[in-house]
Design a protein around this ligand. Structure first.
Ligand code: PBG
Length: 337
């Protein structure tokens, strides 16, 4: 009754990885209980998540090697994995908020998050042009929110302008505003086959020694038109979540990333930690730090673990109430007579 923080199913966003083919549900070695789904299987998963009252999914495309190239143009193909999934889910899981991750590392043959220049560094502004194309294609396919995760400067403005110009003024932007260059993305890069083939992402992702910079990034993104902002990762960044929470007025999303999930899974497999209790404590901590919404690979299981009153119990309680009043009325009438 006196709890200050309560994680609810309604706070959770479930990431989904999409692969080619049909009927596919491929396990990911470093992320137990997380799968790469072909579009048809992902739609079934989305329907199950909707039935569990999870409000949103975040979609990542993992195309086959032959679809990758130097610029990642498969990302803005109208028949890309994310676009196909958006169209099908829009139809078959109409209550879900559909969030499309917009980045290029899963689509480029070098694994970096954009177009490279002659020095093999990501060219910020040429990447923005492709990001705008990708966002428009995702919006056309049915995305509610575009979530740029590449940490390019000016990415929110570029997407906002492109969406407005193409008539998608209602499509929102969830910006990965403060995304740190982090070792905790390791298992994701397995899942998404998106590890950079050379170098690292420190040119565009943030230095984890900094916090004021995160606040500045979030404020800039809000000015550029972000509807929600994100801090990522979550666990080593609770202070950043709090600082951003206090600086901006838009909803704040925290990404409980793959490495944070894998550590608990690995310890749980060895009997060293209780997974359910760890997941509940971690997500509650993230919310207590100031996040409104949490992207987590535990979303589906948490819907069960959170022990919110199930729909049947609520329905039963209602029936009982009606029974009571039905019985009580004639008796009262009799007493008065
Ligand atoms: C792609 C992207 C990454 C994650 C989300 N989008 C990886 C990266 O930047 O290397 C990480 C998510 C996770 O670890 O769960 N830009």
């Amino acid at each position: 009754m006196t709890r200050e923080t309560q994680v609810r199913t309604a706070d959770l966003i479930a990431p989904l990885f999409l692969c080619e083919g049909s009927g596919q549900k491929q396990p990911i070695a470093s992320m137990p209980d997380v799968y790469r789904f072909s579009v048809d299987a992902a739609v079934e998963e989305a329907k199950a998540l909707q039935a569990l009252k999870i409000p949103a999914v975040l979609l990542f495309g993992v195309p086959s090697e032959d679809k990758k190239d130097a610029v990642g143009k498969e990302a803005w193909s109208d028949s890309g994995l994310v676009q196909q999934a958006l169209t099908a889910m829009r139809e078959q899981a109409p209550e879900l908020v559909l969030i499309a991750d917009a980045c290029f590392c899963e689509y480029t043959d070098h694994g970096h998050c954009g177009v490279l220049n002659a020095n093999k560094e990501v060219h910020n502004d040429r990447t923005l042009e492709n990001l705008a194309r990708t966002a428009v294609s995702q919006a056309r396919a049915g995305a509610d929110l575009i979530a740029p995760s590449g940490m390019m400067d000016g990415m929110v403005r570029a997407i906002r302008e492109a969406l407005d110009k193409e008539g998608f003024g209602e499509t929102g932007i969830l910006s990965y505003a403060a995304k740190y260059s982090s070792v905790f993305y390791g298992p994701f890069r397995d899942a998404a086959e998106s590890a950079p083939s050379f170098g690292d992402r420190r040119q565009y992702q943030m230095d984890y020694h900094n916090i004021r910079e995160a606040v500045r990034e979030a404020e800039l993104d809000v000015k550029e038109g972000a509807d929600l902002v994100m801090v990522k990762p979550a666990l080593a960044y609770m202070d950043v979540i709090r600082a951003v929470r206090e600086a901006v007025r838009v909803p704040l999303v925290a990404y409980n990333v793959s490495g944070e999930y894998a550590m608990v899974k690995a310890a749980a497999e060895r009997g060293w930690i209780d997974e359910k209790r760890a997941a509940l404590e971690i997500t509650t901590g993230i919310k207590r730090a100031g996040a409104d919404l949490i992207i987590t690979y535990w979303a589906r299981q948490l819907a069960d673990w959170l022990e919110e009153a199930p729909a049947e119990a609520t329905a039963k309680a209602k029936d009982k109430k009606q029974e009571h009043s039905a019985r009580a009325k004639p008796a009262k009438a009799g007493a008065r007579a």
